[in-house]
Write a protein that binds this ligand. Sequence first.
Ligand code: GDP
Ligand code: IMO
Ligand code: MG
Length: 422
Amino acid sequence: MIDVLLGLQWGDEGKGKIVDFLASQYDIIARFQGGPNAGHTLYLKGEKVVLHTIPSGVFQQNCLNLIGNGVVIDPVTLSKEIDKILPLCPDLLRRLFVSQKAHLILPTHRALDAASEQAKGADKIGSTLKGIGPAYMDKTGRNGLRVGDILSPNFKEKYNKLTQKHVQMLRQYGGTPIEWEQWEQPFFEAVERMRFLQIVNAEYWLEGHLKNGKKILAEGAQGSMLDIDFGTYPFVTSSNTIAAGVCSGLGVAPSRVGDVYGITKAYCTRVGGGPFPTELEDATGERLRAAGHEFGATTGRPRRCGWIDLVALRYAVMLSGVTKLIVTKTDVMDGFETLQAATEYKVNGVNTNEMPFDVCEAHIEPLYSSFKGWETPISECKTFDELPQAFKDYSKFIETYLGTKISHISNGTGRDQLIVVP
Ligand code: GDP
Ligand code: IMO
Ligand code: MG
């Protein structure tokens, strides 16, 4: 069976920490989409580590880690990440596998990302500028280069052909020229290094492990509301972040999928542009940002903060068929006298509990239910019973609204700060 773990909001729900924790129960952790736009934070013996392309199972000794075909890889970022992780995890390269069908992010993809954002002006997506959109465009446009291509003798030829096309596109964008040529040498050095990784025919590799009864956890990046089809389009990323992305991003059949862990913060954040109905652009939002240290793990940008949005969450739970809910950053709410949760939207004057199509243009007013805060530190609690009654009431309401049971409650950054709900 292959279980899935994914974010239910706009990313940064704490996927890295939870995968690192759950990895002890799995044989393989597999990333199925996204790329170095992801920043998954975990703590190893108190030291903070941020992973971008490498799956978050690397710090569990017995776990193999796969970068699946649905991922887009920047060889330079991957190479730097390997250098950073190797001292902490000397057998990393023995346990790391890469699909030969994963697509490559070229220097010109990064330049195109920047040029596209520049051209959009005030309407920019707020991309991480890692080249994600242009790399996926070349994948679906049937022009992309894949990991397997780096083993081919005419890789350079293929690279030149695609780059020439990009140069023409960059000319059309105009704007401030981007000196991407300086990124070429590090790119080729990193590609050279990638040749020595374990590049596999990943769908057969996974099938073999499944047949041998191995347990696999698919690790999502970004969040459901950033999904290319169902997110707040066009303010989304360029891949399917929901559970459906697992089958196409790893080459496994839907019948193989078991549990789907969905992660949400006890509140809500978003980094970059786009609609965010429950955003708090006031002192309360500021307080959440400070208490939750809400600054991007990849770009360092301050994250926008707001109350939990149950309308959006229920949509995400539905899209992925979440069977187990994980609520993170509950300790961040410790000091709040009152908490709010959006349970309905008023869209252009009409009440609804569905995500509207024109989420970017409609006037959305979230309607809230209020809850008494617990106003006591909970990060030392080890069991559900120890949690204050106000917390239990809040979590019960979320469970009932979403129709899904909470399996874990995270109450701190540490690996052990995770309460298993009986
Ligand atoms: P990811 O992209 O989903 O892996 O999440 P990020 O790593 O980008 O952001 C989550 C941040 O919250 C990280 O800094 C984590 O260390 C931190 N974090 C995760 N769980 C908790 C929690 O329960 N409480 C607190 N205070 N911080 C947490
Ligand atoms: P993790 O895996 C939060 C956001 C960007 C931007 C939009 C498009 O750490 O949760 P892209 O670079 O994909 O073209 O950016 O998506 N975004 C994320 N926000 N967490 C992430 O990943 C994100 N990856 C992309 O801020 O708004
Ligand atoms: Mg992140």
